[in-house]
Design a protein around this ligand. Sequence first.
Ligand code: C2O
Ligand code: CU
Ligand code: CU
Length: 454
Amino acid sequence: MRPLSLRASGIDEHRIKAAPNHALLTGDGDPGTAVWTYNGTVPGPVLRLRQGDPARIVIENGLDEDTTVHCHGIRLPNTMDGVPGLTQPPIKPGESFVYEFTPPDAGTFWYHPHADSLVQLGRGLAGALVVEEREPLSVDRDFLWMLQDWRLTKDGQIAPGFGNMMDAAMSGRVGNIVTVNGAPAAEQPARAGERVRLRLANGSLARIMALRFEGHRPVVIAVDGQPCDPHEPEGGRLVLAPAMRTDIVLDMQGDPGKRYAVIDDFYDGLAYALATFAYDAGPPLRAHPLDAPLGLPRNPLPEPDLAKAERQEIVLQGGMMGGGKLTGVGGMMGMATPGMNGMAAWAINGMSMTGDGHSGMAPLFTLKRGATCHLTMRNETAWWHPMHVHGFSMKLLSRNGAPVPHRQWQDTVLLAPKDTIECAFVADNPGDWMLHCHVADHQMAGLMTVFRVT
Ligand code: C2O
Ligand code: CU
Ligand code: CU
């Protein structure tokens, strides 16, 4: 295999091949689970780019179906966004596509397919993408956990049944094993007294996580790659929905030789240990926590002008209610693609766009380049939805009428049942952009739309 990164002619080049392989997701059972991989591994290699430096990512399709790669959260030119039909032709088996862009923002991002998304992501195609700051944060270690949820059969293979109506119209395909960087219940070595930066990315199809760090107090320094005012998460519980990233700083103040679990307890009665910090027995690295600033430099995001903003509202509708009935999706314009298992189960403003993105998707609204969009998202359903916008980061204004603190910008915003979120962004990037729920089943079954910036 060719080296991952060639730094020739000032362009940071990475070569990635999507292809089937096996992975030891459950820790045993050679040869393991049949998965789809980037460069042979699950998750794919961590792509490291540098803020403001041109990058080139060459994707080769070694699968026997079409694919594309979407660099989630990166503000890049529309033609590099990886949405088949909408921003590029799909990459056919045996073919390649060259993605070129200069990342304007430093932070934690990720890459994944945007074709047959439910199946391709569910079979393992995902990797982290780190855009390095010009000046690294002062920490002893910087590491990343790519979290992936899998639905496996008893013999450790990926369960069939992608896109069935139960998953599609309810919580999505939540699995039965969660891996950290491709391995189950990871053990993370730690040293007393050190300060670490931990980048968390939820690459799951549907599983929402809420992490508690036994004996530790995480400080959130960035959400979805965008620095925020450093703060401890509410109740010490870090909620991470599919596609979301959170960077935290941890002062490792546990006792040498001890072990501390990281617990995910999002779903009632289904708490489990995601990982364990295993302290070595050596003396603390330093007596007191490091006295260095925690804040990251802000990225160059354009500031919304709320006084002159154009207001748009999207309403999330559908899903299963009591009695097994679908609500609110009657009579909308279906755009079901052939080959979809299910039909539309969700809608945005009465309209269901299903699948992964394709040509001929009429935009729900059009924004003038440079205008501020004040976007309200209203969840009328009984389900949770991490709503994701391509091409932009949104400044969070309010949740259910209360201001959102810590100056947070996100590309993926989790809406609880019946939540209303207000956010704003400057439409400075022309093109047709997707806005969809990142629970892959929901997106495929209609919780998706497109808007245009001209
Ligand atoms: Cu990560 Cu269209 O999404
Ligand atoms: Cu995206
Ligand atoms: Cu959803």
